[in-house]
Each structure stands twice: as C-alpha cells, then as structure tokens.
Ligand binder design. Structure first.
Ligand SMILES: CC(C)[C@H](C(=O)O)[C@@H](O)C(=O)O
Ligand code: SF4
Length: 414
C-alpha cells in the first residue's frame, strides 16, 4: 500500500515509515504562538523546568490577536512575551507587523514538506505551501519548545479534487465556503484534507492560503494543497501521494458551477448561495484576517469601490494581514482608493475577527465579514449576526448597505 502525502511528510519527520492512525513521534521544523496562547505556553515551559528553548531559530512569537493592547492586563502579557523573547533570543513580531499565519508564510519560516506546529487553530493554513501544519494547545507547544519533538496520530486523508475554473467575481473564499457547507463543521474531524485537481493549479498562493485556512472549519487536523503550479521565491521539492495511497473519502467538485457564497449566522457551515441572503441590511463590514487580509483581497475590494463611497449606514473596517500587505497596498494606490471610499484602516493583526477590540458590532447589528468564523459572539457581541463572505462580496455589500452579489455589479466585472 502506497503512502498519502501526509504519511510521507510525517514519515520523513519520524525517521520511519508511518501509516494513518498510527502514533508517531516527530521532529518539528518550527513552532509559533500568539499573544492569546504564548503567555500560557511560556508559563508551562517554565513550569516544566524549561530554561532554554530547543532551537531559538525555530520558535516565533507574534503579538497579533489583541494588538495594540486594548487594556492593562493584555499589555502586561505582551510585556511578558517581549521579555521572554529577548531572554531566549527568539524572534518576536510585535504589534502591527501582522497576523501570525501571514507572517510565517511571508517570511518563509515555514516551507514545503516541513512539519510545523502553532498554538492557533488556523495553523493548518500552511498546507497552502505543502507543509504539514497543525494547531496544538499551549501546554503541548511548551513541550515542543523544550524538546523539538511531539507525538501525533497520523491523520487519515480525504482527497478533494477540484475541476473547472472559477467564474469572474467568484473567489477561493466562495469555493471554500461552498466546501465547508457541503462537508459540515464536523465533516473532516481529525482528517487531513488534500486539495488537488486542475482548478487548484490555477490558484495563487493567496488563494491557496484562503482554501487551507478554513480546513479547520471542517474539523480537519491538517490540509495539503497540491503544490503543482505553486510559485515561491525559492526552489522546493514537490511531494506527491502514491497512486495506490489510501484515502478515507474522495470528493469531486466542479468549481465553474460555484456562485458567490455566504455563511449565515451562526455557523461557518450555514452556507447558502448568496441569492438566498440578498438585500439583508448590514451595518458593519470587515475585510481582513488570516483568511482574507492579503493584497489580492484588498485589490478585489478596491475594484468594486474605486471612485465610489460606501453606504452611509455602513462602517467598513480593513485590517491588512501584515505590514508588508499594507505597504504594498499603499504603494499601488489601493489604500487611497479604499480610504476615499470610506474604509477605516486599522493596525495589521487579527482586529475584529476574534472580537477582542477594534470593531465590536452593536446589539442587533448585521456584519458582513471576510473572516472564517461566525459563531455567536465571535466578533465580541452575542447579540449581533455575522455573515461570512468573500472580500468582493463584503465590498459590494458595504457599497449598497445590504448583502449584494458582487458579480451583479456590472462596472466591476464587465
Ligand atoms: C484565540 C485563538 C486561540 C484562536 C484559534 O486558535 O484559532 C483564534 O485565532 C481564532 O481564530 O479563533
Ligand atoms: S485573524 Fe482571526 S482566525 Fe486568523 S489567527 Fe487571528 S483571530 Fe484567528
């Protein structure tokens, strides 16, 4: 029996051949923790008697979830992280530098074929560049920081083959929303999802990150996007599964048939064709997060909002996924277009995605958001409703003050 890609990557890190569902002890290529999880990780590390991290070059800390600090308690946790990073001589990304996942990929801290762990559930995003990456708890990560190793059960794989070509105005976000809707939030619990097929080959790195990012919304342990067609600024080896590899389930979707999609409150798998939510009034719109805060996403919004003004009843908040994204968007005029349209730019980081600060909706308000989760209270108020959609749909809806199908805006997509 041949091996899946995931079995191959895990085998390479276990120094022996492993099969799905087997427990493997693996060497880890890198780890990261954020201001939500790092303080606990550091405390656990110290409680274990940790004195020096196993490899200072492979540990990254990021202050992104509540950044800049919204209150005294969080400010002190940030200080605690900075002091630890300095003492250990490890890299810390401070406020405004960006979202953890964006920074790990952008700065090449994670590469194809590697095994990377993060104390954040969306660590699965790095499957976009052909890594095995998964989220772990703070104390688990502390053990890895000490030893450079962990144990894991090798996940069985689902293969999702994507044929066809996305229609104009339909993005990787619509695609992944559609798939989450089909499989459900528990549809791939503890599985590795492998995306492959001609439609994947056409996707940019930004698109692939959007796709892999939401694998966790189906419960997946990890995700792997076929690296065919992937362009990176360095050479890398492609890893392919064996012909006779065992997949637990296989799915086939034709992406040409997918329309703009929307996840209605309060679950990411409440996915509908946008036609079913059209004209729902909205008061807040958000573009950002590790799902959709990249340059391509800001471009999609600018394409729709250029020379226009958002609806007077709507506030549009934008958090670029990193300072690099912000600088690129400044240089090419995107920030100017969006600001002139009425958008409010906030510091690069998680922003309102996780409800900490910088844009909490009011009671009874409807939010359209280019993020990945819309559980009740996700954005900081249990009495608000969050709809998940693509950046183009968010921009089109901000323009009209109600949920709008971006493909119906003739000027933007003619
Ligand atoms: C707060 C943090 C632990 C969390 C995660 O792990 O995913 C956050 O990033 C999220 O998106 O919900
Ligand atoms: S942007 Fe949102 S989903 Fe991504 S890591 Fe931050 S809080 Fe989590």
């Amino acid at each position: 029996m041949g091996q899946t890609i995931i079995e191959k990557i895990v085998s390479a890190h276990a120094n022996k051949q492993v099969k799905q569902n087997e427990i493997a002890i693996v060497n880890v290529d890198g780890v990261m923790a954020t201001d939500t999880t790092a303080p606990l990780t550091i405390k656990a590390f110290q409680d274990m008697g940790g004195w020096k991290v196993w490899d200072a070059k492979k540990v990254f800390l990021i202050i992104d979830h509540a950044a800049p600090a919204p209150n005294e308690k969080i400010a002190n946790l940030h200080t605690f992280m900075r002091e630890f990073a300095k003492a250990q001589n490890i890299k810390l990304y401070d406020i405004g530098e960006g979202i953890c996942h964006q920074l790990m990929v952008e700065n090449h801290h994670v590469k194809p074929g590697q095994l990377f762990l993060g104390a954040d559930s969306h660590t699965c995003t790095y499957g976009a560049l052909g890594a095995f990456a998964t989220g772990v708890g703070s104390t688990d990560l502390a053990g890895v920081m000490l030893t450079g190793q962990t144990w894991l059960k090798v996940p069985a794989s689902f293969k999702i083959t994507l044929n066809g070509k996305l229609q104009r105005g339909v993005s990787a976000k619509d695609l992944i929303l559609y798939i989450v809707g089909q499989l459900g939030i528990e549809g791939a619990t503890y599985k590795a999802i492998e995306f492959t097929g001609p439609a994947v080959e056409l996707l940019s790195l930004d698109d692939r990150m959007t796709l892999s990012n939401m694998a966790i919304e189906m419960g997946a342990k990890a995700c792997f996007v076929d690296t065919t067609g992937l362009e990176l600024p360095y050479d890398f080896d492609h890893i392919y599964g064996d012909e006779d590899a065992a997949y637990e389930k296989e799915y086939l979707f034709n992406v040409s048939q997918i329309n703009p999609e929307i996840a209605t409150p309060h679950s990411p798998d409440n996915v509908r064709d946008i036609a079913e939510a059209i004209n729902t009034p909205i008061q807040m719109a958000f573009i950002g997060s590790c799902t959709n805060g990249r340059l391509q996403d800001l471009h999609a919004a600018a394409e729709i909002l250029k020379g226009k003004r958002i609806h007077p009843d709507v506030r549009l908040i934008i958090a670029p996924a990193s300072q690099k994204v912000l600088l690129d968007a400044l240089k090419d005029g995107t920030v100017e277009i969006l600001t002139a349209a009425g958008a409010s730019f906030i510091s690069s980081g998680c922003g309102p995605c996780v409800g900490t600060h910088q844009g909490v909706p009011g009671n009874g308000e409807n939010v359209i958001s280019a993020t990945n989760r819309n559980f009740q209270g996700r954005m900081g108020n249990r009495h608000s409703n969050v709809y998940l959609a693509s950046p183009a749909t968010v921009a089109a809806s901000a323009l009209n003050g109600k949920i709008t199908d971006p493909t119906t805006l003739k000027e933007a997509f003619s």
